[in-house]
Design a protein around this ligand. Structure first.
Ligand SMILES: [Zn+2]
Length: 350
């Protein structure tokens, strides 16, 4: 396997080298070289020094090689935007947080993705993740500057660069979804936050003939249900159901086929059927659609609405004496069938 290239070229730094942990111990300054492949050159025989360290000796350069140098490489990879997803948010409005959180991170996150990204690649944050003093890494990086690639000067690449996304990654997204011109920044930030399968994103955008708003929504809402059933989202979008109902319905037991069956039975639009089934999801009880359209509802002139928590609670109380292993859905269906708590209780107690 080829080794990762961590630096474009070797970086040589001058460090203070000590052989004692004690404060004020004599220090000798010498160069160390950090190589592109992640190895570190020092004037020491490090194998020899490790044996001495095991016997109780101390060499600050061993710490440098073992903990500070890896942190330096992490810092460098963050500067050149080689960290694939440095920040994330649950929604476009934020708050934004570093993907890997440390003690230095503000609990409430950041309002702007740029602020979060700047923190995520700061020596302070990376040192904090590595468990080394920020000062140590700060000194090491103070003379190292990283020029951005040429294409990062224009929009949306300039903003995305500040947010930690490399222009190559932007291009990969554009190519995969077949975008002829760049998408809005929010789209790419959604991709960074939810990490969708790009082929899923491409297929869904094209199959659903998504407008820009829907494309951004897709980038921000990729979820477990999409991983399990990649074509489901296209099916939901084709129903014309309100977008805000699609995610809770996808996460529930109800499918597009259920919405269609409900709509057919109750002679209503798919959107209307989705609103009705969503009330059941919201109520936390999801009887099968075969029950919601079955004989127990045949006397109703309108689709059954989910009985509230209070009615179910009162019904369960009424049934205290009944040795029944009734589920919430059973109670809800009894309320639908019999109309109120007392009649439902009487019917169930029979
Ligand atoms: Zn932090």
């Amino acid at each position: 396997m080829a080794r990762r290239t961590l630096l474009p070229q070797a970086v040589t730094l001058t460090v203070s080298c000590r052989t004692s942990r004690e404060l004020g111990a004599p220090a000798r300054r010498h160069p160390v070289t950090l190589n592109p492949d992640g190895t570190v050159e020092t004037p020491h025989d490090l194998d020899q020094e490790r044996i001495l360290a095991a016997l109780g000796g101390y060499l600050s350069c061993l710490e440098l090689v073992d903990t500070v140098a890896p942190a330096f490489f992490d810092w460098y990879r963050a500067q050149v935007r080689e960290v694939p997803r440095p920040i994330r948010a649950k929604q476009p409005a934020g708050p934004w947080r570093a993907a890997k959180r440390a003690a230095c991170c503000p609990a409430r996150g950041f309002d702007e993705p740029q602020e979060a990204a700047e923190h995520a690649r700061s020596p302070r944050h990376i040192a904090s993740l590595a468990g080394i003093p920020a000062r140590v890494l700060g000194q090491l990086v103070q003379d190292v500057t990283v020029p951005p690639p040429a294409e990062a000067g224009d929009q949306p690449w300039a903003t995305l660069w500040e947010c930690g996304m490399h222009p190559d990654r932007v291009e990969l997204v554009d190519q995969t979804i077949g975008a002829l011109s760049p998408m809005p920044v929010s789209f790419y930030l959604g991709v960074m936050s939810t990490n969708p399968r790009l082929t899923w994103l491409a297929d869904t955008i094209w199959n659903a003939d998504a407008d820009m708003d829907t494309a951004i929504w897709l980038a921000w809402t990729y979820c477990a249900a999409d991983r399990k059933a990649p074509a489901a989202r296209t099916g939901w979008l084709a129903t014309g159901v309100l977008r805000r109902l699609i995610l809770p319905l996808m996460a529930s037991v109800y499918t597009v086929a259920d919405v269609e069956a409900f709509a057919n039975h109750w002679n209503m639009s798919l959107s209307g059927a989705a609103v009705e089934l969503h009330t059941w999801v919201e109520a936390g009880v999801c009887p099968p659609v075969s029950e919601l359209t079955g004989p127990r509802t045949s006397h109703l002139g309108f689709p059954p609405r989910a009985p509230g928590f209070v009615a179910r609670y009162r019904l369960r109380n009424e049934l205290r004496q009944t040795p029944a292993s009734l589920t919430d859905a059973d109670l809800a269906m009894a309320l639908v069938e019999h109309g109120d708590v007392l009649r439902a209780a009487r019917a169930l107690a029979r």
